[in-house]
Design a protein around this ligand. Structure first.
Ligand SMILES: Cc1cc2nc3c(=O)[nH]c(=O)nc-3n(C[C@H](O)[C@H](O)[C@H](O)COP(=O)(O)OP(=O)(O)OC[C@H]3O[C@@H](n4cnc5c(N)ncnc54)[C@H](O)[C@@H]3O)c2cc1C
Length: 419
Protein backbone atom coordinates (compact mmCIF):
# COMPACT_ATOMS: atom_id res chain seq x y z
CA UNK A 1 0.00 0.00 0.00
CA UNK A 2 2.76 2.40 1.07
CA UNK A 3 4.73 1.52 -2.08
CA UNK A 4 1.75 2.20 -4.32
CA UNK A 5 1.28 5.70 -2.84
CA UNK A 6 4.96 6.52 -3.17
CA UNK A 7 4.81 5.56 -6.87
CA UNK A 8 1.94 7.94 -7.48
CA UNK A 9 3.98 10.83 -6.04
CA UNK A 10 6.72 10.27 -8.60
CA UNK A 11 6.67 11.42 -12.22
CA UNK A 12 4.90 8.77 -14.22
CA UNK A 13 7.22 6.69 -16.32
CA UNK A 14 6.53 7.20 -20.03
CA UNK A 15 6.28 3.86 -21.79
CA UNK A 16 6.00 3.72 -25.58
CA UNK A 17 4.78 0.47 -27.09
CA UNK A 18 5.34 -0.25 -30.77
CA UNK A 19 2.54 -2.50 -32.03
CA UNK A 20 -1.06 -2.92 -30.85
CA UNK A 21 -1.28 -6.69 -31.34
CA UNK A 22 -1.89 -9.35 -28.71
CA UNK A 23 1.43 -8.77 -26.92
CA UNK A 24 1.39 -4.96 -27.23
CA UNK A 25 -2.15 -4.59 -25.86
CA UNK A 26 -1.36 -6.87 -22.91
CA UNK A 27 1.86 -5.01 -22.19
CA UNK A 28 -0.04 -1.71 -22.31
CA UNK A 29 -2.68 -2.86 -19.82
CA UNK A 30 -0.15 -4.12 -17.26
CA UNK A 31 2.17 -1.16 -17.70
CA UNK A 32 -0.63 1.40 -17.27
CA UNK A 33 -2.16 -0.50 -14.33
CA UNK A 34 1.27 -0.39 -12.72
CA UNK A 35 1.32 3.39 -12.93
CA UNK A 36 3.01 4.23 -16.24
CA UNK A 37 1.92 6.78 -18.81
CA UNK A 38 1.45 4.46 -21.78
CA UNK A 39 1.15 5.22 -25.49
CA UNK A 40 0.90 2.57 -28.20
CA UNK A 41 2.10 3.42 -31.70
CA UNK A 42 0.30 1.18 -34.20
CA UNK A 43 1.19 1.28 -37.87
CA UNK A 44 -2.26 0.26 -39.17
CA UNK A 45 -5.67 1.79 -38.59
CA UNK A 46 -6.80 -0.98 -36.17
CA UNK A 47 -5.53 -2.80 -33.12
CA UNK A 48 -5.22 -6.58 -33.02
CA UNK A 49 -5.78 -7.42 -36.68
CA UNK A 50 -4.31 -10.89 -36.13
CA UNK A 51 -6.56 -11.48 -33.17
CA UNK A 52 -9.48 -10.73 -35.49
CA UNK A 53 -8.42 -13.37 -38.03
CA UNK A 54 -7.31 -15.93 -35.46
CA UNK A 55 -8.84 -19.36 -34.98
CA UNK A 56 -10.96 -18.94 -38.12
CA UNK A 57 -12.32 -15.69 -36.52
CA UNK A 58 -13.19 -17.63 -33.32
CA UNK A 59 -9.82 -16.87 -31.63
CA UNK A 60 -8.29 -19.81 -29.85
CA UNK A 61 -7.28 -17.71 -26.85
CA UNK A 62 -5.29 -20.33 -24.93
CA UNK A 63 -4.51 -24.03 -24.75
CA UNK A 64 -6.03 -26.14 -21.97
CA UNK A 65 -2.75 -27.85 -21.18
CA UNK A 66 0.75 -26.68 -22.05
CA UNK A 67 4.04 -28.57 -22.23
CA UNK A 68 7.32 -26.88 -23.01
CA UNK A 69 7.85 -29.12 -26.02
CA UNK A 70 4.78 -27.53 -27.61
CA UNK A 71 7.22 -24.71 -28.48
CA UNK A 72 10.19 -24.31 -30.85
CA UNK A 73 13.13 -22.03 -30.21
CA UNK A 74 16.79 -22.09 -31.13
CA UNK A 75 17.49 -20.17 -27.91
CA UNK A 76 18.03 -21.73 -24.49
CA UNK A 77 14.97 -23.72 -23.40
CA UNK A 78 15.80 -22.86 -19.78
CA UNK A 79 15.28 -19.21 -20.66
CA UNK A 80 11.96 -20.08 -22.28
CA UNK A 81 10.88 -21.94 -19.11
CA UNK A 82 11.84 -19.00 -16.89
CA UNK A 83 9.70 -16.67 -18.95
CA UNK A 84 6.68 -19.00 -18.92
CA UNK A 85 7.02 -19.48 -15.16
CA UNK A 86 6.27 -15.78 -14.70
CA UNK A 87 2.55 -16.42 -15.41
CA UNK A 88 0.86 -19.79 -15.28
CA UNK A 89 -1.83 -20.86 -17.69
CA UNK A 90 -4.34 -20.85 -14.81
CA UNK A 91 -3.44 -17.27 -13.85
CA UNK A 92 -3.74 -16.19 -17.48
CA UNK A 93 -7.18 -17.84 -17.84
CA UNK A 94 -8.24 -16.15 -14.60
CA UNK A 95 -7.06 -12.77 -15.93
CA UNK A 96 -9.11 -13.14 -19.10
CA UNK A 97 -12.22 -14.14 -17.19
CA UNK A 98 -12.00 -11.74 -14.25
CA UNK A 99 -10.01 -8.70 -15.42
CA UNK A 100 -10.78 -8.61 -19.13
CA UNK A 101 -14.34 -9.88 -18.69
CA UNK A 102 -14.13 -12.51 -21.42
CA UNK A 103 -16.42 -15.50 -20.99
CA UNK A 104 -14.65 -18.55 -22.32
CA UNK A 105 -15.53 -22.16 -23.06
CA UNK A 106 -13.13 -25.04 -23.17
CA UNK A 107 -13.46 -27.15 -26.34
CA UNK A 108 -12.89 -30.62 -24.97
CA UNK A 109 -12.19 -32.41 -28.29
CA UNK A 110 -9.33 -30.04 -29.16
CA UNK A 111 -8.16 -28.92 -25.69
CA UNK A 112 -8.54 -25.26 -26.62
CA UNK A 113 -10.11 -22.21 -24.94
CA UNK A 114 -12.41 -20.10 -27.13
CA UNK A 115 -14.60 -17.12 -26.26
CA UNK A 116 -18.13 -18.28 -25.41
CA UNK A 117 -19.33 -15.95 -28.16
CA UNK A 118 -16.96 -17.63 -30.68
CA UNK A 119 -16.05 -14.08 -31.67
CA UNK A 120 -12.43 -13.04 -32.12
CA UNK A 121 -13.75 -9.50 -32.38
CA UNK A 122 -15.00 -9.70 -28.80
CA UNK A 123 -11.50 -10.66 -27.60
CA UNK A 124 -9.89 -7.78 -29.47
CA UNK A 125 -12.57 -5.30 -28.38
CA UNK A 126 -12.36 -6.26 -24.70
CA UNK A 127 -8.55 -5.90 -24.71
CA UNK A 128 -8.75 -2.47 -26.36
CA UNK A 129 -11.54 -1.41 -23.98
CA UNK A 130 -9.50 -2.49 -20.96
CA UNK A 131 -6.40 -0.68 -22.27
CA UNK A 132 -8.34 2.56 -22.83
CA UNK A 133 -10.02 2.25 -19.41
CA UNK A 134 -6.65 2.23 -17.64
CA UNK A 135 -5.51 5.32 -19.54
CA UNK A 136 -3.58 3.84 -22.49
CA UNK A 137 -3.43 6.10 -25.55
CA UNK A 138 -3.33 4.46 -28.99
CA UNK A 139 -1.97 6.37 -31.97
CA UNK A 140 -2.98 4.62 -35.20
CA UNK A 141 -1.31 4.89 -38.62
CA UNK A 142 2.01 5.52 -36.95
CA UNK A 143 4.84 3.19 -37.95
CA UNK A 144 8.08 2.93 -36.00
CA UNK A 145 11.00 3.31 -38.38
CA UNK A 146 14.01 3.91 -36.19
CA UNK A 147 15.01 4.01 -32.52
CA UNK A 148 17.45 6.55 -31.10
CA UNK A 149 19.00 6.81 -27.65
CA UNK A 150 19.08 10.43 -26.40
CA UNK A 151 20.60 10.66 -22.93
CA UNK A 152 18.26 8.88 -20.53
CA UNK A 153 15.42 8.58 -23.00
CA UNK A 154 14.62 6.59 -26.12
CA UNK A 155 13.17 8.31 -29.16
CA UNK A 156 10.94 6.50 -31.66
CA UNK A 157 11.08 8.00 -35.16
CA UNK A 158 8.03 7.18 -37.26
CA UNK A 159 7.95 6.70 -41.02
CA UNK A 160 6.05 9.99 -41.42
CA UNK A 161 8.83 11.99 -39.71
CA UNK A 162 7.20 12.33 -36.32
CA UNK A 163 9.04 11.42 -33.13
CA UNK A 164 7.97 10.23 -29.67
CA UNK A 165 10.07 10.12 -26.50
CA UNK A 166 9.83 7.47 -23.81
CA UNK A 167 11.65 6.36 -20.69
CA UNK A 168 11.06 2.81 -21.87
CA UNK A 169 10.15 1.26 -25.20
CA UNK A 170 8.34 -2.04 -25.61
CA UNK A 171 8.84 -3.66 -28.99
CA UNK A 172 5.70 -5.66 -29.83
CA UNK A 173 5.81 -5.45 -33.62
CA UNK A 174 5.34 -9.19 -34.22
CA UNK A 175 7.02 -11.17 -36.99
CA UNK A 176 6.78 -11.34 -40.78
CA UNK A 177 3.72 -13.50 -41.26
CA UNK A 178 0.76 -12.06 -43.19
CA UNK A 179 2.66 -8.89 -44.21
CA UNK A 180 -0.46 -7.43 -45.85
CA UNK A 181 -1.88 -6.62 -42.40
CA UNK A 182 1.10 -4.67 -41.06
CA UNK A 183 3.63 -7.26 -39.92
CA UNK A 184 6.59 -7.20 -42.28
CA UNK A 185 9.60 -7.26 -39.96
CA UNK A 186 9.99 -3.50 -39.53
CA UNK A 187 10.58 -4.02 -35.80
CA UNK A 188 13.41 -6.47 -36.49
CA UNK A 189 14.97 -3.95 -38.89
CA UNK A 190 14.78 -1.10 -36.35
CA UNK A 191 16.45 -3.30 -33.73
CA UNK A 192 19.16 -4.38 -36.16
CA UNK A 193 20.03 -0.71 -36.77
CA UNK A 194 20.88 -0.38 -33.06
CA UNK A 195 22.91 -3.58 -32.98
CA UNK A 196 20.31 -6.18 -31.96
CA UNK A 197 20.46 -9.11 -34.35
CA UNK A 198 17.86 -11.77 -34.93
CA UNK A 199 18.30 -15.44 -35.75
CA UNK A 200 17.35 -16.84 -39.13
CA UNK A 201 13.68 -16.05 -39.74
CA UNK A 202 11.31 -18.47 -41.48
CA UNK A 203 7.63 -18.98 -42.14
CA UNK A 204 6.02 -21.43 -39.70
CA UNK A 205 2.54 -22.94 -39.37
CA UNK A 206 2.07 -22.48 -43.12
CA UNK A 207 0.25 -24.80 -45.58
CA UNK A 208 2.31 -27.08 -47.84
CA UNK A 209 1.84 -27.31 -51.61
CA UNK A 210 1.90 -30.17 -54.12
CA UNK A 211 2.00 -30.63 -57.90
CA UNK A 212 -0.04 -33.84 -57.66
CA UNK A 213 -3.39 -32.88 -59.20
CA UNK A 214 -5.07 -36.14 -58.12
CA UNK A 215 -4.45 -35.11 -54.51
CA UNK A 216 -5.53 -31.49 -54.93
CA UNK A 217 -8.76 -32.81 -56.47
CA UNK A 218 -9.52 -34.17 -52.97
CA UNK A 219 -9.70 -30.55 -51.75
CA UNK A 220 -12.10 -30.17 -48.82
CA UNK A 221 -11.58 -33.67 -47.37
CA UNK A 222 -10.36 -33.59 -43.78
CA UNK A 223 -9.39 -36.44 -41.48
CA UNK A 224 -7.23 -37.29 -38.49
CA UNK A 225 -3.85 -38.66 -39.53
CA UNK A 226 -0.40 -39.48 -38.20
CA UNK A 227 2.60 -38.15 -40.11
CA UNK A 228 6.17 -39.41 -39.77
CA UNK A 229 8.77 -36.88 -40.89
CA UNK A 230 12.12 -38.14 -42.19
CA UNK A 231 15.10 -35.87 -42.75
CA UNK A 232 18.20 -37.40 -44.40
CA UNK A 233 16.48 -40.81 -44.20
CA UNK A 234 16.24 -40.58 -40.42
CA UNK A 235 12.95 -40.31 -38.57
CA UNK A 236 12.85 -36.79 -37.20
CA UNK A 237 9.42 -36.53 -35.60
CA UNK A 238 5.82 -37.76 -35.73
CA UNK A 239 2.76 -35.56 -35.84
CA UNK A 240 0.17 -37.68 -34.08
CA UNK A 241 -3.49 -38.05 -34.99
CA UNK A 242 -4.43 -34.53 -35.75
CA UNK A 243 -6.46 -32.66 -38.33
CA UNK A 244 -5.30 -32.95 -41.94
CA UNK A 245 -6.96 -31.07 -44.77
CA UNK A 246 -6.62 -31.45 -48.55
CA UNK A 247 -6.64 -27.99 -50.14
CA UNK A 248 -6.82 -26.88 -53.76
CA UNK A 249 -3.06 -26.21 -53.63
CA UNK A 250 -1.88 -28.97 -51.28
CA UNK A 251 -2.20 -29.79 -47.62
CA UNK A 252 -3.13 -27.96 -44.44
CA UNK A 253 -4.75 -28.57 -41.03
CA UNK A 254 -2.98 -28.64 -37.65
CA UNK A 255 -0.94 -31.80 -38.37
CA UNK A 256 0.61 -30.22 -41.48
CA UNK A 257 0.96 -26.69 -40.06
CA UNK A 258 2.77 -28.02 -36.98
CA UNK A 259 5.53 -29.62 -39.08
CA UNK A 260 5.55 -27.20 -42.02
CA UNK A 261 8.59 -25.29 -40.70
CA UNK A 262 10.66 -28.41 -41.35
CA UNK A 263 9.91 -28.10 -45.08
CA UNK A 264 10.47 -24.34 -44.99
CA UNK A 265 13.85 -24.50 -43.23
CA UNK A 266 15.13 -27.33 -45.44
CA UNK A 267 14.23 -25.37 -48.60
CA UNK A 268 15.61 -22.10 -47.19
CA UNK A 269 18.94 -23.86 -46.75
CA UNK A 270 18.79 -25.37 -50.26
CA UNK A 271 18.44 -28.83 -48.79
CA UNK A 272 16.06 -31.57 -50.00
CA UNK A 273 12.54 -31.48 -48.62
CA UNK A 274 11.85 -33.84 -45.70
CA UNK A 275 9.87 -36.98 -46.48
CA UNK A 276 6.36 -36.90 -45.04
CA UNK A 277 4.81 -40.35 -44.66
CA UNK A 278 1.13 -40.36 -43.80
CA UNK A 279 -0.86 -42.97 -41.95
CA UNK A 280 -4.39 -41.99 -42.92
CA UNK A 281 -6.24 -43.10 -39.79
CA UNK A 282 -3.65 -44.22 -37.24
CA UNK A 283 -4.30 -47.95 -37.78
CA UNK A 284 -1.18 -50.11 -37.93
CA UNK A 285 -0.07 -52.07 -40.99
CA UNK A 286 -0.88 -55.27 -39.09
CA UNK A 287 -4.43 -54.14 -38.27
CA UNK A 288 -5.08 -53.24 -41.92
CA UNK A 289 -3.56 -56.53 -43.05
CA UNK A 290 -5.86 -58.48 -40.73
CA UNK A 291 -8.89 -56.63 -42.13
CA UNK A 292 -7.88 -57.10 -45.77
CA UNK A 293 -7.24 -60.80 -45.25
CA UNK A 294 -10.41 -61.54 -43.28
CA UNK A 295 -13.08 -59.39 -44.99
CA UNK A 296 -15.14 -60.72 -47.92
CA UNK A 297 -16.15 -57.52 -49.73
CA UNK A 298 -14.61 -55.37 -52.47
CA UNK A 299 -11.24 -53.93 -51.42
CA UNK A 300 -12.35 -50.39 -52.21
CA UNK A 301 -15.46 -50.75 -50.02
CA UNK A 302 -13.48 -52.18 -47.13
CA UNK A 303 -11.00 -49.28 -47.29
CA UNK A 304 -13.87 -46.79 -47.64
CA UNK A 305 -15.35 -48.08 -44.37
CA UNK A 306 -12.37 -46.53 -42.58
CA UNK A 307 -11.44 -43.60 -44.86
CA UNK A 308 -13.29 -41.00 -46.96
CA UNK A 309 -14.55 -42.72 -50.14
CA UNK A 310 -12.67 -40.48 -52.60
CA UNK A 311 -9.40 -41.06 -50.75
CA UNK A 312 -10.08 -44.82 -50.67
CA UNK A 313 -10.57 -44.75 -54.47
CA UNK A 314 -7.31 -42.89 -54.97
CA UNK A 315 -5.31 -45.27 -52.77
CA UNK A 316 -6.74 -48.36 -54.49
CA UNK A 317 -6.01 -46.83 -57.89
CA UNK A 318 -2.40 -46.08 -56.88
CA UNK A 319 -2.03 -49.70 -55.73
CA UNK A 320 -3.39 -50.80 -59.15
CA UNK A 321 -6.37 -52.50 -57.56
CA UNK A 322 -9.48 -52.43 -59.73
CA UNK A 323 -12.77 -53.89 -58.56
CA UNK A 324 -11.10 -56.72 -56.65
CA UNK A 325 -12.50 -58.69 -53.73
CA UNK A 326 -10.24 -58.88 -50.70
CA UNK A 327 -9.70 -62.65 -51.05
CA UNK A 328 -8.51 -62.15 -54.67
CA UNK A 329 -5.75 -59.68 -53.69
CA UNK A 330 -2.25 -60.91 -54.61
CA UNK A 331 0.35 -60.52 -51.85
CA UNK A 332 2.36 -57.89 -53.77
CA UNK A 333 -0.67 -55.67 -54.33
CA UNK A 334 -1.79 -56.09 -50.73
CA UNK A 335 1.66 -55.02 -49.55
CA UNK A 336 1.59 -51.99 -51.85
CA UNK A 337 -1.84 -50.98 -50.54
CA UNK A 338 -0.72 -51.47 -46.93
CA UNK A 339 2.18 -49.08 -47.54
CA UNK A 340 -0.12 -46.49 -49.11
CA UNK A 341 -2.53 -46.78 -46.18
CA UNK A 342 0.06 -46.47 -43.42
CA UNK A 343 3.16 -44.81 -44.94
CA UNK A 344 1.81 -42.77 -47.88
CA UNK A 345 4.67 -40.66 -49.27
CA UNK A 346 3.13 -37.18 -49.36
CA UNK A 347 4.36 -35.48 -52.56
CA UNK A 348 5.13 -32.05 -51.09
CA UNK A 349 6.57 -29.56 -53.58
CA UNK A 350 6.78 -26.37 -51.49
CA UNK A 351 4.93 -24.15 -49.02
CA UNK A 352 2.74 -21.05 -48.91
CA UNK A 353 5.38 -18.95 -47.10
CA UNK A 354 4.70 -15.85 -44.99
CA UNK A 355 1.59 -15.05 -47.02
CA UNK A 356 -0.33 -17.78 -45.18
CA UNK A 357 1.99 -18.48 -42.22
CA UNK A 358 0.35 -18.10 -38.80
CA UNK A 359 3.67 -17.23 -37.21
CA UNK A 360 7.35 -16.52 -37.83
CA UNK A 361 10.03 -18.91 -36.68
CA UNK A 362 13.22 -17.40 -35.25
CA UNK A 363 13.52 -13.85 -33.94
CA UNK A 364 15.51 -11.99 -31.30
CA UNK A 365 17.34 -14.68 -29.26
CA UNK A 366 16.10 -15.13 -25.69
CA UNK A 367 19.77 -14.74 -24.74
CA UNK A 368 19.49 -11.03 -25.66
CA UNK A 369 17.00 -10.30 -22.87
CA UNK A 370 16.95 -10.54 -19.09
CA UNK A 371 14.32 -13.26 -18.68
CA UNK A 372 12.97 -11.73 -15.47
CA UNK A 373 12.01 -8.51 -17.26
CA UNK A 374 12.42 -9.03 -21.04
CA UNK A 375 14.65 -5.94 -21.12
CA UNK A 376 17.51 -6.04 -23.62
CA UNK A 377 20.65 -6.63 -21.58
CA UNK A 378 22.82 -4.59 -23.94
CA UNK A 379 20.33 -1.71 -24.34
CA UNK A 380 18.48 -1.02 -21.07
CA UNK A 381 15.13 0.67 -21.52
CA UNK A 382 14.06 -1.50 -24.46
CA UNK A 383 11.77 -4.45 -23.73
CA UNK A 384 10.61 -7.14 -26.14
CA UNK A 385 7.46 -9.25 -26.20
CA UNK A 386 5.47 -11.59 -28.45
CA UNK A 387 6.37 -13.00 -31.81
CA UNK A 388 9.41 -10.73 -32.28
CA UNK A 389 11.25 -13.09 -29.91
CA UNK A 390 12.80 -16.36 -31.07
CA UNK A 391 9.96 -18.74 -30.21
CA UNK A 392 6.78 -20.11 -31.69
CA UNK A 393 4.31 -22.75 -30.61
CA UNK A 394 2.23 -25.34 -32.38
CA UNK A 395 -1.42 -24.85 -33.30
CA UNK A 396 -3.73 -24.74 -30.27
CA UNK A 397 -3.59 -21.33 -28.54
CA UNK A 398 0.10 -21.72 -27.70
CA UNK A 399 1.18 -18.62 -29.66
CA UNK A 400 -1.29 -16.34 -27.97
CA UNK A 401 -0.25 -17.73 -24.59
CA UNK A 402 3.32 -16.63 -25.40
CA UNK A 403 2.05 -13.18 -26.46
CA UNK A 404 0.00 -12.74 -23.24
CA UNK A 405 2.83 -14.00 -20.94
CA UNK A 406 5.57 -11.90 -22.51
CA UNK A 407 3.29 -8.87 -22.93
CA UNK A 408 2.45 -8.95 -19.22
CA UNK A 409 6.07 -9.36 -18.14
CA UNK A 410 7.37 -6.55 -20.37
CA UNK A 411 4.47 -4.31 -19.32
CA UNK A 412 4.98 -4.86 -15.61
CA UNK A 413 8.75 -4.46 -15.65
CA UNK A 414 8.91 -1.51 -18.05
CA UNK A 415 6.65 0.50 -15.76
CA UNK A 416 8.80 0.22 -12.63
CA UNK A 417 10.33 3.61 -11.99
CA UNK A 418 14.13 3.84 -11.57
CA UNK A 419 13.82 7.00 -9.47
C1 LIG B 1 -4.56 -16.50 -39.64
C2 LIG B 1 -3.96 -16.60 -38.26
C3 LIG B 1 -4.65 -17.29 -37.28
C4 LIG B 1 -4.09 -17.43 -36.00
N1 LIG B 1 -4.80 -18.07 -35.03
C5 LIG B 1 -4.27 -18.22 -33.79
C6 LIG B 1 -5.03 -18.81 -32.74
O1 LIG B 1 -6.23 -19.11 -32.89
N2 LIG B 1 -4.41 -18.99 -31.54
C7 LIG B 1 -3.11 -18.61 -31.31
O2 LIG B 1 -2.58 -18.83 -30.21
N3 LIG B 1 -2.40 -17.98 -32.28
C8 LIG B 1 -2.95 -17.76 -33.49
N4 LIG B 1 -2.23 -17.10 -34.46
C9 LIG B 1 -0.89 -16.56 -34.11
C10 LIG B 1 -1.07 -15.25 -33.33
O3 LIG B 1 -1.92 -14.41 -34.06
C11 LIG B 1 0.29 -14.58 -33.11
O4 LIG B 1 1.15 -15.48 -32.44
C12 LIG B 1 0.13 -13.32 -32.27
O5 LIG B 1 -0.77 -12.43 -32.89
C13 LIG B 1 1.47 -12.62 -32.05
O6 LIG B 1 1.21 -11.47 -31.29
P1 LIG B 1 2.17 -10.18 -31.37
O7 LIG B 1 1.48 -9.13 -30.59
O8 LIG B 1 3.54 -10.57 -31.02
O9 LIG B 1 2.19 -9.80 -32.91
P2 LIG B 1 1.00 -9.28 -33.81
O10 LIG B 1 -0.30 -9.76 -33.33
O11 LIG B 1 1.40 -9.61 -35.21
O12 LIG B 1 1.00 -7.71 -33.60
C14 LIG B 1 2.03 -6.87 -34.06
C15 LIG B 1 1.45 -5.48 -34.21
O13 LIG B 1 2.52 -4.59 -34.49
C16 LIG B 1 2.14 -3.71 -35.54
N5 LIG B 1 3.37 -3.26 -36.20
C17 LIG B 1 4.20 -3.96 -37.01
N6 LIG B 1 5.22 -3.20 -37.40
C18 LIG B 1 5.05 -1.99 -36.81
C19 LIG B 1 5.77 -0.77 -36.85
N7 LIG B 1 6.89 -0.65 -37.57
N8 LIG B 1 5.30 0.28 -36.13
C20 LIG B 1 4.15 0.18 -35.40
N9 LIG B 1 3.42 -0.96 -35.35
C21 LIG B 1 3.87 -2.04 -36.04
C22 LIG B 1 1.25 -4.58 -36.42
O14 LIG B 1 0.43 -3.81 -37.26
C23 LIG B 1 0.48 -5.36 -35.37
O15 LIG B 1 -0.67 -4.67 -34.94
C24 LIG B 1 -2.79 -16.90 -35.73
C25 LIG B 1 -2.12 -16.19 -36.71
C26 LIG B 1 -2.70 -16.02 -37.98
C27 LIG B 1 -1.96 -15.24 -39.02
Amino acid sequence: MYLDRSYSLMRKKRVLICGAGAAGLTAAIFSAENGADVTILERTDKAGKKILMSGGTRCNVLPVVMKYDDYHTSSSTNRMRNIFKSWSLEECIHWFKEDIGLEMDCEVETNKWFPKSNSAKEVRNLLVKKALSVGVKIIYNCALQRLEKRGQIWRVHSSDDRFFDGDAIIMATGGLSVPTIGTDGMGHKALKLIGINHTLLYAALTPLTTNDSALTSLSGISLNVEIDVYIDNKKYTTATRNGFLFTHRGFSGPSILDISHLAVTQLDQNKPLPEFRVNWNGMSREEWDRILQSEKGLVRNIVAKELPARLADLLCKRANISEKYCHELKKEKRKKLLTLLTQFPLPVSGHEGYKKAEVTGGGIPLESVDTSSLELTSLPGIYLCGEILDLFGRIGGFNFYWAWVTGRLAGLKSSISDE
